[in-house]
Design a protein around this ligand. Structure first.
Ligand SMILES: NC(=O)c1ccc[n+]([C@@H]2O[C@H](COP(=O)([O-])OP(=O)(O)OC[C@H]3O[C@@H](n4cnc5c(N)ncnc54)[C@H](O)[C@@H]3O)[C@@H](O)[C@H]2O)c1
Length: 163
């Protein structure tokens, strides 16, 4: 698929490894300025470094998506650095522990909910609050069990309508 993001700003959470890193590099190759968010500082810095090495623009923000203040801080950093958020890939997530239901660990369950549900929701809600008046936000939410939320008045669209 050939997409042109020249002049756009893409914000990606969980961008320090795996799918988030691959997507960040793809956005940057397609012309976007990227905001790399991860709680893993080494991974996040490495992703931003690869983008710059390949001639792109990247800004890394260390943040834990389960902490509302850190979510607000990464959204603010994106807007302060590049002036907009055109695309939001709400990707940070964890798999948790695999176990039979009867043997499931409550702390592990709470952690999955905190990252995959609360972290995704917070990112979406904060981006919407900060960006609705500025521009359209294209958002994709990856962690399992997530829906796409669109508050009234916000033109939040899914990546399927990007072409
Ligand atoms: N890999 C798969 O087969 C698969 C399948 C379905 C869904 N997913 C989802 O895709 C997403 C990425 O998967 P992946 O395989 O690339 O995972 P990964 O573990 O390679 O990368 C996840 C990244 O998210 C970061 N992260 C985790 N918790 C965080 C937090 N609280 N705050 C900030 N950053 C945090 C990690 O540091 C890591 O860099 C996840 O949401 C996962 O649930 C993956």
């Amino acid at each position: 698929m050939d997409l042109d993001f020249t002049g756009k700003v893409a914000l990606i959470t969980g961008a320090g490894n795996g799918i988030g890193r691959a997507t960040t590099l793809a956005f940057a190759r397609s012309g976007a300025k990227v905001v790399v968010v991860d709680r893993d500082t080494a991974g996040g810095e490495a992703t931003a470094g690869i983008v710059r090495q390949q001639g792109g623009q990247a800004h890394f923000v260390a943040a834990d998506v389960t902490k509302s203040a850190e979510v607000r801080a990464y959204v603010k950093a994106a807007l302060d650095t590049y002036g907009a958020i055109d695309c939001f890939f709400n990707n940070a997530g964890i798999e948790g522990k695999w176990a039979h239901t009867a043997e499931h660990d409550e702390d592990a369950f709470d952690q999955v909910i905190a990252v995959n549900v609360k972290g995704s929701f917070s990112g979406c809600a904060t981006c919407c609050r900060s960006c609705c008046s500025r521009s359209e936000v294209r958002s994709s939410t990856l962690p399992r069990s997530q829906g796409l939320l669109r508050p009234q008045g916000c033109r939040l669209t899914s990546p399927r309508s990007m072409r």
